[in-house]
Design a protein around this ligand. Structure first.
Ligand code: NAD
Ligand code: ZN
Length: 250
């Protein structure tokens, strides 16, 4: 493992274009559970698909109820050492930018600026009817007080939804295109805390590999792309990033 850490630090130092890619695993050390582990979101809630959300007021209420519960965890969470190191790598020119599946906004709070959110953000709501966007906090408060989904403050009747991508909903195409552009330019990608089983997550490292770049995976459990990785580090993500960062500054 120590050898792998210095190897990855050397690849980072040599790289001309590194892309960082993160999944729910980077935020578990901030107290936000991932999806697939026991106790994760999938074991707890009924999934509301996008079509159902659009068509049924009852589904919208259930969705807002679930999201208001999760909101407690999100607002209490702060970036951990891993988020901070990734932000510092961008600031120091070690990495070009960061692509994330996370919706918690912790990368931006840690100081990352070049962030592509593939699945949107839970820190904002968007109106499905007029596309206006709003900060989430006051809307969640309003939902808790009234038990009713708040109507859009802009068009007054529109259906407000968290600005995240639901099951059955398209990923934002502009964000996705930029992510593929970054990867087709990259000579190194670090995939951190993602099980890499669903697309596009599972495709982005493959895009880097295809153009001859290196793929490094930081994840405790097996991932869908372990067999194409140039290195796989299975320690805790925070500690592993701290170790790579220390090796990098030597
Ligand atoms: P995932 O749950 O499929 O994978 C997370 C991976 O991280 C797992 O393989 C797990 O073994 C690993 N992991 C967790 N904590 C770790 C640690 N401390 N050290 C090392 N490895 C660790 O997550 P995913 O692939 O990102 O997919 C889940 C989807 O759910 C995402 O698309 C995201 O939109 C959403 N989600 C987001 C958040 C968030 O924003 N923080 C949280 C839960 C789910
Ligand atoms: Zn509206």
């Amino acid at each position: 493992q120590a050898e792998d850490i210095s190897l990855v630090a050397r690849w980072l130092a040599e790289s001309e274009s590194t892309v960082l890619f993160t999944g729910a695993g980077i935020s578990t050390e901030s107290g936000i559970p991932d999806f697939r582990s026991p106790g994760g979101v999938w074991t707890k809630y009924r999934t509301i698909y996008f079509d159902e959300f659009r068509q049924s007021a009852e589904a919208r209420r259930e969705y807002w109820r679930q999201k208001s519960e999760a909101h407690v965890e999100f607002s209490a969470a702060a970036p951990n050492a891993g988020h901070q190191i990734l932000a510092a790598w961008e600031a120091h020119g070690v990495a070009r930018g960061l692509i994330t599946q996370n919706i918690d906004g912790l990368h931006q709070i840690a100081g990352s600026r070049q962030v592509l959110e593939l699945h949107g953000t839970a820190r904002e709501a968007t109106c499905l009817d007029c596309a206006a966007r709003f900060e989430i906090d006051p809307l969640v408060v309003q939902f808790r007080e009234t038990g009713e989904v708040p109507p859009c403050p802009n068009c007054e009747t529109g259906r407000l939804k968290h600005a995240t991508v639901s099951f059955g909903q398209m990923l934002p195409t502009d964000v996705l295109e930029t992510a593929y552009d970054w990867c087709s330019d990259a000579d190194l990608i670090l995939a951190i805390g993602s099980s890499l089983v669903v697309t596009p997550a599972a495709d982005l490292p493959v895009a880097v590999r295809r153009r001859g770049g290196r793929v490094v995976i930081l994840n405790r459990d097996e991932t869908g792309l372990d067999q194409i990785a140039d290195a796989k580090l299975s320690g805790g993500i925070g500690a592993t990033l701290v170790a790579i960062d220390a090796a990098l500054s030597r």
